[in-house]
Design a protein around this ligand. Structure first.
Ligand SMILES: Cc1cc2nc3c(=O)[nH]c(=O)nc-3n(C[C@H](O)[C@H](O)[C@H](O)COP(=O)(O)OP(=O)(O)OC[C@H]3O[C@@H](n4cnc5c(N)ncnc54)[C@H](O)[C@@H]3O)c2cc1C
Length: 574
C-alpha cells in the first residue's frame, strides 16, 4: 500500500515490525525483499512521487569549499526513488582487494569480504536491471571481442573487466507498484523522520517522530529501525539526535560523519596512436540480452600492492569538451548547448572559467564545419537515449585523429579530516543542517599520479603510440571538478571496533540493539567501483539478516558468511 502522510492525523501512532527511513535504492530494496517475509514493514519517504522544490530544500546545507564539493542539495534527490531518479546506471561490483586491510591505506579493511557479498550481487544486478552478474568480457560475451586497444601489452592493467549499465532503473518507478501491492508493506510519502527516541535504558530505539512540511507530526513504533536516507543524511540524523547520546547516536568516539569519501575522478592527457587511428575500440559492447557494457583499463590488485596505492580504473574518452582545439563538431555543439544539460551532468561544462567570445566563436566554427555529424548525433541521442527505455549510457564520439584522453575513476582513501557535520542552522522541520567539508589526501594524489605514469609507460613500451600528459597537473585535473558528485560514502563506517567504526558487520549501530544503516554510509573504503550495486547487495544482505533474526533463528547460521554473532530483534513491541 502507498499512502500519504499529508492525510494522516496529527498525534497518531503507527506500528510496524520494521521501519525504514528513506525510499531510495537501499530502502526500496529492503522493503521489496522483506515483502515476502510476512513481517510488517513501514517505509517512510520524505518526498512524493515527483520532485518538489520545498522538499528538496530540506537537503540544503553548507560546504566548506564549493570548488571541491557541490552544495548538499545537488547530486541528491529527495523523492520516492531517491537519487536513482537521476543516476547514470553504471554498475560495477567491488574487487576482492577493496575489502582487505592494506597497511599502506590507513583505515582500510572491512569486517566482511567479497565472498560475503557474492551471494547477493546477482540479485542486486537483477534489481538494477543490469543483466547477468558477469563482469569479465570473456564470460559476458559468447563471441571474442576485438582488443580494446590493439597491441596494448601490460602486466599492470587488465582490459577485460566490464562495467554494465542499468536502464538506468528508477527504483521508485520500477518497483512502486510491487510495493503498493504487497500486503505487509506500507509506504508513507511526505513522511520526514526527524527525531529518534530511545528506550529509557538507552540501548534500543523506541520510536521515531515523523513530520510533514504541512505541520503534521506522528510517531512510529517498531521492533527495528533502518536508516536508509542516503550517505549524507544518515550522518545528519545520527549527529542531530542528541537526547540520549550527547555527541549524536553511535558517536561516542567522534566517528560519525568522518571518513567521508566520494571518488577521485578526472580527465587527463592525450593518447596519440602511431600507425593508423583504428587501434582503439571506443564505445559500448552489447550483450545478448541487450545490456550496454564497457571495458575498462583496470589497475591489477598486484600492482596496487606493489605501488602501495589505491584502486584505479581508466576509460578512453573524448578530449575535454570546453577546449575547442578538439575541432570536433559534436563536442562543440554540446558545449554551446550546455544550458540545456542538468547541473549534475553538465558540471564539467559549467565548472570551467567563463567562455570568452573568441572561444565561443571557435566552437561555433567547429559546429559549422560538421553540421551532418551534429544532426546524426542529435538523432542518435533522441532515439537511443531520450526515447529508449534502456538508454545509451553516455556520449561516445570517435576521434577522427585517433586521439583520446584518459577518464579515470579512483578510490579515495578514508581520512578523518574529510567529514560532514551539523551546523546551528535548521531546516523547515527544525533539523540541524549539514556542513560538508570534503577533502582528499596526498595518498589519493599518488594513486592517480602513479597509475597514470604506469599507463603512459605501458603504452610506450607496447610501441603503439604515446600517452602525453603533464605530471605536474595531475592534482589539478583530479580536483578540477571536485568530489565525484553522487557518491556519498563512509559517514557511518562498518567495523568490528566501536572506537573506529559506527556499525558492525550486520550494519547495526554499535551499542544500539535495533538501529541499522543501509547505504553507502557504511562503506569503510570506497573502491574504484560506483557504489549503487554494492549498496543494493548490502541491502539484500541486511534484509536477509532482519528476516532470519525476526524468525528467532541464528542469522549467522543462515547467512552466507558472518563474522560477528547476530543480534536478536526485539520481538516485543517496545
Ligand atoms: C547524477 C548522479 C549520477 C549517479 N550515477 C551513478 C552511477 O552511474 N552508478 C552508481 O553506482 N551510482 C550512481 N549514483 C549514485 C546513486 O544514485 C546512489 O548511490 C544511490 O541512489 C544511493 O541509494 P540510497 O538509497 O542509499 O540513497 P538515496 O537514493 O539518496 O535515497 C535516500 C532516500 O531517503 C529519503 N530521505 C532522506 N532523508 C529522509 C528523512 N529524514 N526521512 C525520510 N526519508 C528521507 C530521500 O528522499 C531519498 O528518497 C549517481 C548519483 C547521481 C546524483
Amino acid at each position: 500500500m502507498i499512502d500519504d502522510a499529508l492525510e494522516m492525523g496529527t498525534g497518531e501512532v503507527v506500528s510496524a515490525e520494521i521501519c525504514i527511513a528513506g525510499a531510495g535504492a537501499s530502502g526500496i530494496t529492503l522493503a521489496l525483499e522483506l515483502a515476502a517475509s510476512g513481517l510488517t514493514v513501514l517505509l517512510l519517504e520524505s518526498g512524493g512521487m515527483k520532485a518538489e522544490t520545498q522538499t528538496q530544500r530540506l537537503y540544503e546545507g553548507e560546504v566548506a569549499d564549493e570548488r571541491l564539493h557541490s552544495l548538499p542539495h545537488r547530486y541528491r534527490q529527495r523523492r520516492f526513488g531517491g537519487s536513482t531518479t537521476i543516476w547514470g546506471g553504471r554498475c560495477v561490483p567491488f574487487d576482492e582487494i577493496d575489502f582487505e586491510a592494506r597497511d599502506y591505506i590507513p583505515g582500510s579493511g572491512w569486517p566482511i569480504d567479497l565472498a560475503t557479498l557474492l551471494p547477493f550481487y546477482p540479485r542486486a544486478n537483477e534489481l538494477c536491471e543490469a543483466g547477468d552478474f558477469q563482469y569479465r568480457a570473456a564470460e559476458a560475451f559468447q563471441r571474442p571481442l576485438p582488443p580494446m586497444i590493439e597491441g596494448f601489452r601490460s602486466d599492470h592493467f587488465s582490459t577485460d573487466s566490464l562495467e554494465r549499465f542499468s536502464c538506468p532503473t528508477d527504483f521508485g518507478a520500477r518497483y512502486g507498484e510491487q510495493l503498493r501491492n504487497a500486503a505487509n508493506v506500507r509506504v508513507l510519502l511526505h513522511a520526514n523522520v526527524t527525531t529518534i527516541k530511545f528506550h529509557p535504558n538507552g540501548e534500543a530505539v523506541e520510536s521515531v517522530l515523523v513530520r510533514t512540511l504541512t505541520g503534521k507530526q506522528f510517531t512510529v513504533r517498531a521492533s527495528c529501525f533502518v536508516l536508509a536516507a542516503g550517505g549524507l543524511e544518515v550522518a545528519r540524523l545520527l549527529l542531530a539526535n542528541r537526547d540520549t547520546w550527547p555527541h549524536g547516536i553511535g558517536n561516542d568516539h567522534d566517528v560519525v560523519g568522518r571518513y567521508y569519501m566520494c571518488h577521485i575522478a578526472g580527465t587527463v592527457g592525450t593518447l596519440k596512436q602511431s600507425g593508423g587511428t583504428d587501434r582503439v575500440r571506443h564505445g559500448y559492447d552489447v550483450t545478448g540480452d541487450g545490456i550496454y557494457c564497457r571495458r575498462r583499463i583496470a589497475l591489477t590488485a598486484q600492482t596496487q600492492r606493489q605501488l602501495q596505492i589505491g584502486n584505479f580504473i581508466g576509460r578512453l574518452h573524448h578530449p575535454r569538451i570546453t577546449d575547442p582545439a578538439h575541432r570536433t563538431a559534436v563536442l562543440s555543439a554540446l558545449q554551446l548547448a550546455k544550458g540545456l544539460i542538468s547541473y549534475e551532468y553538465g558540471k564539467r561544462l559549467h565548472g570551467e572559467e567563463r567562455t570568452s567570445m573568441r572561444t565561443w566563436m571557435t566552437h561555433m566554427g567547429n559546429v559549422l564545419r560538421g553540421p551532418h555529424e551534429v544532426l546524426a548525433f542529435g538523432h542518435h541521442m533522441l532515439r537511443d537515449r531520450i526515447l529508449a527505455k534502456r538508454k545509451f549510457p553516455s556520449i561516445i564520439v570517435k576521434s577522427t585523429a585517433g586521439h583520446y584522453s584518459l577518464d579515470f575513476h579512483a578510490e579515495q582513501e578514508p581520512s578523518a579530516s574529510s567529514r560532514v557535520n551539523i551546523t546551528m542552522q535548521r531546516d523547515e522541520l527544525g533539523l540541524a543542517r549539514l556542513l560538508v567539508d570534503w577533502c582528499y589526501t596526498q595518498g589519493d594524489v599518488q594513486t592517480v599520479r602513479k597509475a597514470v605514469q604506469l599507463f603512459a609507460q605501458d603504452i610506450a613500451q607496447s610501441g603503439i603510440g604515446v600517452f602525453e600528459y603533464d605530471p605536474h597537473t595531475i592534482e589539478l585535473e583530479m580536483s578540477r571538478y571536485g568530489a565525484y558528485g553522487g557518491h556519498h560514502l563512509g559517514t557511518a563506517r562498518m567495523g568490528a571496533d566501536r572506537r573506529t567504526s559506527v556499525v558492525n558487520s550486520d550494519c547495526r549501530i554499535h551499542g544500539v540493539r535495533n538501529l541499522y544503516v543501509a547505504g553507502g554510509a557504511v562503506f569503510p573504503t570506497s573502491s574504484q567501483a560506483n557504489p549503487t550495486l554494492t549498496i543494493v547487495a548490502l541491502a539484500l544482505r541486511l534484509a536477509n539478516h532482519l528476516r532470519v533474526a525476526a524468525e528467532g533463528r541464528d542469522a549467522s547460521k543462515v547467512r552466507a558468511t558472518a563474522n560477528e554473532p547476530s543480534d536478536q530483534l526485539l520481538r516485543a513491541s517496545p
